[in-house]
Design a protein. Structure first.
Length: 250
């Protein structure tokens, strides 16, 4: 089953044509990786899936982005609800300068949950789901900024999970992490796909191979090829994709 269907998507920053006629289906409860050289449109496309590009001056989008069959770009779309349902984890960990507990409780509170017992449940479940509960359960009321980089990134994943999204967008979530922390996040991603649809931008092709079910290759604003990950890496159909994967690109 598809979570997203993208039809004839074009994105412009003023006169610059950043994304060109993107057509793609993204499976529910799977990990989809976007690969390609820097500046090819991966992150721009990722941010179009929860309308983060709305915040960029001069950005204009045509075409359709259907989530569960509903176009998220219609005028009556509630963008706040969309972003609750389609959470985002950024390249560098960005915990709020507050306690571990309040980082997780922040989102539920903004959506009207104020009862402490309920917030306690959400905080524990989110931290458990992000595989960090055992590391922080005795530090819930200490500053999140005191955690290691890898712990901060898993905290940010827990913070995104706390508002019960359906989709998790991850923009190079391990690029600032050491190998051990990277492995923990990759293991977490593969565990979370049972309950969430995960879409991940990565420059690390080994990561795409290890952690994703499907992979899409982007180049110069176009989605050149998309296939099941093992198939795309073992038998790419497009010569440019093959050159990129084998390190002969450019």
């Amino acid at each position: 089953m598809n979570k997203f269907e993208i039809n004839n998507l074009d994105l412009y920053y003023d006169d610059f044509h950043a994304l060109k006629n993107i057509n793609m289906e993204i499976q529910a409860n799977a990990v989809t990786a976007f690969i390609g050289p820097s500046g090819c449109g991966k992150s721009t496309f990722l941010r179009s899936l929860n309308r983060m590009n709305d915040l960029v001056a001069g950005c204009r989008i045509t075409g359709q982005v259907l989530m569960d069959g509903t176009d998220i770009y219609t005028p009556d779309t509630d963008v706040n609800i969309l972003r609750k349902n389609v959470g985002m984890v950024f390249q560098k960990p960005n915990p709020f300068p507050m306690s571990v507990y309040n980082n997780i409780a922040y989102g539920p509170r903004t959506h009207g949950i104020t009862k402490k017992s309920r917030l306690d449940e959400i905080v524990e479940k989110s931290l458990r789901d992000a595989a960090i509960w055992d590391e922080v359960k005795d530090r819930l009321h200490s500053s999140a900024l005191g955690l290691s980089g890898g712990q901060q990134q898993r905290l940010c994943i827990a913070r995104a999970l706390a508002v019960k999204p359906q989709v998790l967008l991850m923009d190079e979530p391990t690029s600032a992490l050491d190998p051990i922390s990277t492995a923990k996040v990759e293991d977490l991603v593969m565990e979370l796909k049972k309950d969430y649809t995960i879409i991940m931008v990565t420059h690390n092709m080994q990561q795409a191979l290890r952690a994703s079910d499907d992979t899409a290759f982007f180049l110069l604003g176009e989605m050149v090829e998309k296939a099941p990950t093992q198939q795309l890496f073992s038998n790419p159909q497009d010569k440019r994709c093959e050159e990129y994967i084998t390190g002969r690109f450019g």
